[in-house]
Design a protein around this ligand. Structure first.
Ligand code: BGC
Length: 766
């Protein structure tokens, strides 16, 4: 087998990183010194956060936070004599929330949902959004953002998928880590959440997620592992659910053994709100209880279950002193590593700039799913445009739940939907202005834009018939606490779209949903635009895509099934069970999540993972693979952010390369063969491993090209994506033999293929 010689020029750099592992960082040292000076009262006080008083909440008002003007999801008093600031946390991934916790907030930037960032395949946008969110958080005194939601889409019915980055571990890890890097660069701690397998909402507090542990390591856990290496998040939030019978927040295996043991994670683990029923979780790896009142309420207890019992356990010798110190040290270490104790004047908040960032994310994240020569529409013609449904005369919609963000000036409107469980009262149809109707009128100044609410199919068809072109909006409120029973659009919208498409063949559908939809009208319409939940600037981005001012470049990070029967769980267990019912969901697909599943089963989906059209065309050529010396420039091009000079730049990739492992590097050329500027997202996949069909996204890059322009792209593959996890050896193993690799426009449209031989070997010992 041909090997290239290692380039040793990069070695001092790598050794520097490895050396840092063995040394105690400044943050470690300071945490140790401070903790030693603390009293037990101070120590215990740091181990819980208290939920801010939420108007109209199920949890009664609490005197501990009565005087706090700006309490949100969590507050922990600091220790002023030791310079430890209060810990104040807020949600998070789509901007500073939220209408539930702090209704008097003047409004924050409502960024697009994380699934839009997922569709952009653009780590820089994730980072920029993170920076902007953190600046708005800091200006309100929040030093912890509960961001970095990155559960993989195992279920297209999961109501919270819009808060995450899609179904692929690598894509999710890169984007989530860049959000965290952006946030932490502003001296605000970020979480990555919800660790792990919180992939469904139905009865989530009683949900037992069953998975083969090896498959888990190769999917959801790998995503967290990579994201942690790349961003060193100050905290990890555990999920509500159980995993193989054990609650995530009390899982010795996942917290002590995997996260803190094998991966060497040095930050702290906080629970999700209402997910800590007993103090013993502290022995299993939980470092801080979140929203203490929520736990009492959630589990109908007479008293809060963590703080006081933990103290008692300590007095009785059941909680070792070393563990108590470790919990405290971890929290302090994150505070020091990120620098929340070093705040000076809050950074300037430029809301106009933040709106630009929100707009850019929406522009890059909107996905053109289908286009039969109808888009872009001529922007200067005196068209008669019928806009149908989706409250498009009022605004674009937001996902609902703890992540919803009220923008400056408030929502255009809020409609209470309601539903079962504690999240029922937070399930709302929120609309952001400006409306698509206004934005379309601006983008098509000579057009006559007529709105019809889509109240009935017959009425909508009358409006559609007299237009040159119909833009029908389909919306669906999705959010925390609820899974979807099926993929249809609510309120009879499928029938309305069908009726307008029958009345007028020039129908374009714009979807604002957090998940794929079933689209029974698909063959009748000329174009389909997936806008997801595009945030406060979403209407403008939609109009710009339709008018061709923006050339669409989003790629769906979730596979669209042709039918739920094609998915790993045609029937979702637990759906329809009353609040409080124990539910078991088997994730028998294991590591074969999303497109991996469709490839394994040879099923053609409606739209493949990574699919998205453009108004120009791209060609790929010259795919070549090299195996051997690591190209350190490529590995270094996405470095883990070192939030403090002494934070070790962790990374199995580098460590593995140092131990003599081969790096697979792919090089290829992308050319814009059309006549307008556009961005493409070439995607590199493993399609087969020795004696096994196995699909894995190995790398991607968003490339902006002028007409006729070509660029050469080089991607270096994380060896774990070519390996299998050997559960017995607790190590990643490369099987000896031939590997098929393909370059594609999506997981379903592979253009060039290549093969390489790899030597069988173990990767670095975990
Ligand atoms: C959600 C978390 C959120 C927390 C605090 C929980 O309901 O699952 O994602 O950070 O509330 O608002």
């Amino acid at each position: 087998m041909k090997r290239l010689l290692a380039s040793f020029a990069a070695l001092p750099l790598i050794l520097g990183g490895v050396q840092a592992f063995s040394q105690e960082s400044d943050a470690d040292l300071r945490a140790r010194e401070t903790e030693q000076q603390m009293t037990d009262d101070e120590r215990f006080s740091l181990l819980i956060s208290v939920l801010g008083n939420v108007p109209g909440a199920s949890v009664p008002a609490d005197p501990r936070v009565a005087d706090l003007e700006n309490a949100s999801a969590g507050w922990t008093p600091g220790v002023p004599r030791l310079g430890i600031p209060d810990l104040q946390s807020s949600d998070a991934s789509m901007g500073v929330t939220n209408p539930g916790y702090r209704p008097n907030d003047p409004g924050a930037t409502a960024f697009p949902a994380s699934i839009v960032v997922g569709s952009s395949f653009n780590p820089e946008l994730a980072r920029e959004g993170g920076i902007a969110i953190a600046r708005e958080a800091r200006s309100r005194g929040f030093n912890i953002m509960l961001a970095g939601g990155m559960n993989l889409t195992r279920e297209v019915r999961n109501g919270r998928n819009f808060e995450y980055y899609g179904e692929d571990p690598l894509l999710s890890a890169i984007l989530a880590s860049e959000q965290v890097n952006g946030i932490q660069s502003q001296q605000v701690i970020s979480t990555l959440k919800h660790y792990t397998l919180n992939a469904n909402e139905t009865n989530r507090h009683w949900l037992d997620a069953i998975i083969d542990p090896v498959g888990h390591r190769e999917s959801d856990l790998l995503a967290f592992q990579i994201a942690i290496e790349r961003s060193q998040p100050g905290a990890i939030m555990s999920g509500y659910n159980k995993i193989n019978g054990e609650y995530a927040g009390g899982s010795h295996h996942l917290l002590n053994e995997v996260l803190k043991g094998t991966w060497g994670y040095k930050g702290y683990v906080m629970s999700d709100w209402g997910a800590t029923p007993e103090w013993q979780y502290a022995l299993h790896g939980l470092d801080q209880e979140s929203g203490a009142q929520a736990d009492r309420f959630m589990w109908s207890l007479d008293a809060e279950p963590f703080a006081a019992p933990l103290r008692q356990a300590y007095a009785e010798g059941k909680l070792p002193k070393e563990r108590l110190s470790d919990m405290v040290r971890r929290i302090l270490r994150s505070a020091y590593a990120v620098g929340i104790d070093k705040w000076e004047a809050a950074p300037a908040v430029d809301m106009a700039r933040h709106n630009e960032i929100a707009l850019e994310i929406a522009r890059q994240g909107i996905v053109l799913l289908k286009n039969e020569n109808v888009l872009p529409l001529p922007a200067d013609k005196p068209l008669k445009i019928a806009v149908i449904g989706g409250y498009a005369q009022q605004g674009v919609i937001s996902g609902t739940g703890s992540g919803a963000v009220a923008p400056v000036g408030g929502f255009a409107s809020t409609t209470k939907i309601g539903g079962a469980g504690v999240m029922g009262k937070h399930r709302n149809l929120y609309l952001f202005q400006p409306s698509p109707v206004e934005a379309l009128q601006k983008a098509f100044p000579n057009a006559q834009v007529e709105f019809d609410p889509g109240y009935t199919p017959a009425e909508a068809a009358l409006t559609a018939r007299r237009a040159d072109v119909v833009i029908a909006f389909g919306i669906r409120v999705e959010g925390e606490g609820f899974d979807l029973p099926d993929l249809s659009l609510p309120w009879g919208q499928d029938a309305v779209i069908d009726a307008v498409a029958t009345a007028n063949p020039n129908t374009i559908v714009v979807l604002e949903t957090g998940n794929p939809v079933s689209m029974p009208w698909r063959d009748k319409v000329k174009a389909i635009v997936q806008a997801w939940y595009p945030g406060q600037a979403g209407a403008q981005a939609i109009a710009e895509v339709l008018a061709g001012k923006v050339n669409p470049s989003g790629r769906t990070p979730i596979t669209w099934p042709a039918s739920l029967a094609d998915t790993p769980r045609p029937t979702l267990s637990g759906l329809g069970t009353p609040w409080g019912t124990p539910v078991t969901i088997r994730y028998d697909e294991g590591a074969e999540v999303g497109y991996r599943w469709y490839a394994k089963k040879d099923i053609k989906p409606l739209y493949a993972f990574g699919h998205g059209l453009s108004y120009t065309n791209f060609a790929y050529s010259d795919l070549s693979l090299s195996v051997g010396a690591p190209d350190m420039t490529a590995v270094e091009s996405h470095p883990a952010t070192v939030v403090n000079a002494s934070t070790p730049p962790a990374g199995d990739v580098k460590a593995d390369l140092l131990s003599g492992g081969d790096a697979v590097t792919a090089t290829f050329t992308v050319t814009n063969t059309g006549d307008r500027e556009g961005a493409d997202v070439p995607q590199l996949y493993l399609t087969a491993a020795p004696s096994e069909k196995r699909m894995r996204l190995l790398g991607f890059e968003r490339v902006v090209l002028q007409p006729g322009e070509s660029k050469q792209v080089t991607l270096t593959v994380d060896p774990r994506l070519l390996a299998r996890f050997d559960g017995k050896a607790n190590q990643w193993r490369i099987t000896d033999g031939a590997y098929q690799i393909a370059l594609g426009k999506s997981a379903g449209d592979l253009v060039l293929t290549a093969a390489t031989e790899l030597d069988g070997r173990m990767l670095r010992k975990e």
